[in-house]
Design a binder for this molecule. Sequence first.
Ligand SMILES: [Fe+2]
Length: 326
Amino acid sequence: MIDEYGRVLISAGVLLREEFIVLLAKHEITSVWIKVDSSYNHEISVMQNLVSASTRLKMTYSMQNAFHSQDGIASHLPQLSEHVHQVVEDLMHREHVLIYLNDVRFKSDYLFMHSANVGIFAIVIGIKLGLEAEDLFCLGMGALLHDYGKTRINKAILDKQGALTWEEFNKVKEHSLTGYTILKTETKFDHRMMLIALQHHERHDGRGYPWGTSGEDIHLFSRIVAVADVYDALTTDRVYRPRIPTHEAVRMICQGSGTQFDSAVVQAFCKATVPYEIGTGVKLNNGLYGTVLRLNSMDTARPILWTAQGTVNLLNTPELHVVASL
Ligand SMILES: [Fe+2]
């Protein structure tokens, strides 16, 4: 371990004992990254390249063209289809496919960036639900275009800082029906794809929009995109609020299970999500601080921690839970 001037503080391989930690704290070093031996981290493998860099780039470019196009969506569909097939191919045959935000997240203009993220998240959740390749493709395409109706809403309203007026909010809500109508008029899409645009703001308990459809009357693909959509929105910086930490967003999604969201989809989402990255500092309910050493495949929300009192496996200590990530 070296400091910003290149001086060696602790040599590689040295056991990080408590006296060293105290010493580091005296130098105002409050957290460190620990490189864990890959054989030690065998229980779960988080994909470093969930979607290949070239697929991401091409997809971002195509989304930009499709969403900013003046001549309609239809002419962009062959290219988008090609990318979604590639993403399904990239993800489908991975043994442990997990949503790992820093790897899959696109960072650019919010609307198409969000759409691309939701497309990938939805495919990952679909994989956890055991969907076949053809269904995953259909789900991915529909998810990419779920907010297409927003291209017809004034950008000043979409990017407004602060609360929307009642009229503005109603205007935004029109995007589901608008998107569905455009896709129905301009494309020969599978109807399930179009339903995603129409139903992704419906809620499991029937309190969503535009029609207040509930339960299994909402198509499974729409129920999946509802979760992927909210998760991406919560964990992204917006003009009106900063992003919410990953574990907090996962907790909020779980709270909505059975009311806002279909509980089977939430379960699949939890299997697909890594709430804490390896190396994250956390505080436990007993006041102890720790660093995430590795994840338990049984429950990624209860990782194995390194603490001043040694290794703590949260899977075996139900009395302990994380109260904050640092
Ligand atoms: Fe939407």
